[in-house]
Every structure is written in C-alpha cells, then in structure tokens.
Ligand binder design. Sequence first.
Ligand code: NAD
Ligand code: ZN
Length: 342
Amino acid sequence: MQAIAKLKPGPGLNLIEVPVPVPGINDVLIRIKRTSICGTDIHIYNWDAWAAKTIPAPMVIGHEFVGEVAAVGSNVTTFQIGELVDGEGHIVCGVCRNCLAGRRHLCKDTKGVGVNRPGAFAEYLCLPSSNAVKVDPTISLDVLSCFDPLGNATHTALQYDLVGEDVLITGAGPIGCMAAAIAQQAGARKVVVTDVNPDRLALAQRMGATRVVDVSKEKLPDVQHEIGMKEGFDVGLEMSGNPRALNDMIDNMAHGGRIALLGIMPERAAVDWNKVVFNMLTIRGIYGREIYATWYKMQSLIQRGLDITPVITHRMPFTDFERGFELMRSGKSGKIVLNWEV
Ligand code: NAD
Ligand code: ZN
C-alpha cells in the first residue's frame, strides 16, 4: 500500500510503498477514505526539537482520518466489515489507576497514532478495536476526517458552562474557529476571537464569532468597551500556544473567570501569577478528547446543525500531499483534507 512516512531524521516526508498491516486478534484493519493534516504533522514535517525527540523514524505518520472496516481480528465481535469508522488516536494502557477508573483520557501511558506508532496517512491503518468509533454515514467524509481536532475544540469549549457567558478564544486556527462555532451553539452571550493573521480572523468571523480582534492592531480592553462589556470575560479558551495570547487572556478575564488551556506553550512560558491569585482565576490544562464522552458530544453537535465545513479550505488527492503541507506551513489555510479514494 502507499503511505506518507518520515523515513529518517530531518525535514520532509516521503510517499512510499509499505506492506498492508496485519490486524492482531483485538484489532480492526481500516481502509482509509480521507485524512486531514494537523499542526502536529507540520512539526513532524519540519523536524523540530519536539519531533526529533518523539518520532521513531522510519514511521508512517498522520492521525486524523475516517475509513471503513476492512478486516477484524478473531476476538472482535463489535465491528462488521464495511462499517464507517473514525478512530481515537490516543491508545491507552487500560491498566493504570485512571484507565481502570474509566478516565482513559488521563492515562499516564498514552501512545499516539502517527506519533509513537504507525499512522493513518496510508491506504490501511490497524487500530485496537477499542479505539475505533462508529460514525454516522450521513455526515460528510471531509467533516468526519476532522473529528480528532473537532474533539479537541469540543473537549475544551465544553469544560465550563457557557450559557449566557462572555467567551474569549485566543487563536483562530482550525481548532479556535471550531470552538467559536461550538460556543455559539452552546449558548454563549458573546464570543470574541483573537489572532494576528487576517485570513484566520476572517474564518473565525464566518464561524460565528461575535467580534474578531487582530491583537497586533487593537487592544482587548477597547474592544470590550466597544461591545458593551464592563467586567471582563467569564470563560477563556486558549488555542494559540502563544504566551502573549495567554497573558492577554489573563489580563482581560472577569474576577473568578475560568480558563481552559489547549494551546501548547513554549517551555516555561511566563504569566503574571498575581493576576491569577488576586482575580481568583481557574486555569485548567486540556489534553486530547474525553474517551468517549467527547465523541458522543461532537457527533451530536454536528447532527444538530454545527457546521464546520468553512474550516475545511482545501481538498486534494493524497499524492499531492507536498502541496498540502506547503499550504498548511504558509498559514494560508484552514484544514486540508487528503482523499485516499483516488
Ligand atoms: P494553529 O497553529 O493552526 O493556530 C494557532 C493560531 O494562533 C494561529 O492562527 C496563529 O496566528 C494564532 N496566534 C499566534 N499568536 C497569537 C496571539 N498573540 N494572539 C492570538 N492568536 C495568536 O493551531 P490549531 O491546530 O488550531 O491548534 C491550536 C493549538 O492547540 C496549538 O497550540 C496546538 O498545538 C494545540 N493543540 C493542543 C492539543 C492538546 O491536546 N492539548 C491538541 C491539538 C492541538
Ligand atoms: Zn492507562
């Protein structure tokens, strides 16, 4: 089969021929239909310090996908050949205290598909059947291929009650834009999204932000004043990974405000802790998705009208992956979907 792999340490990726994986007794073999490119894949492409210490090259990469069951292991009774499935890309140990208590998203030994083990940018992917998720075939394949990041957006946005609350989202990347739409659907009063990239801000506007803010040109206190806010934001969703954005957020929260932190900061990024203390802010780190509560919630959100299609800006055959990665690296795209049925 054909697959996109990191062959050796260093920048770049290659389209190569590898054997179709053989499912173990508890696995499903998935014939991939669509994949989408994640920021993590760009880190792997670029071979930054994180990728160099994490990715066991040579390895097939990719973790955002949808496909259909092509074969099942002898122990697997819950999936049929031909069923449409997505997959939870975090493979957990099943035996640590959190796993045994049903909190699998808090497993201490999580392994990532396409990060620590072979990934989904391939014609076939093998996955433990407990990680495959049946999905509604009336949802478009392109949207289904984005369920992994939609899950990050859902898991983060729904950490706190949003009904009637003023929400600040820092970072209008694909995840921030999806979170804006979720916050609107969940009943937020105002949803303000910041970025420094005008294309991304235009996308956030299309996704239903009340007001978008280019923080290189405008200041959040002025924007609060303009839209009639007097006391700061009730809920903050940090989705940029930029320390300046986190500090902007901390500076503009209401007393008692609650922050969910998804963006991955540079090591030891600094914040003004006394603002957290004196304003009694809550900051909660967010990782991945809740297994499988987030999956139930996001499928239901889509079935009830959440539209994330504006975030998908490009679609192309997998053989054009170099162009897709180039576009993604330029910052001039939202999600890019690769079609494996060509
Ligand atoms: P992305 O890189 O596409 O988007 C980040 C956006 O932040 C960009 O549009 C960028 O222009 C913007 N930005 C930069 N500086 C800013 C500033 N000062 N103020 C406001 N915005 C600013 O990322 P994404 O794919 O949408 O993911 C969002 C973040 O979540 C990333 O940091 C990613 O690494 C992280 N992430 C975390 C998890 C997790 O499990 N915790 C999972 C997926 C992604
Ligand atoms: Zn575990």
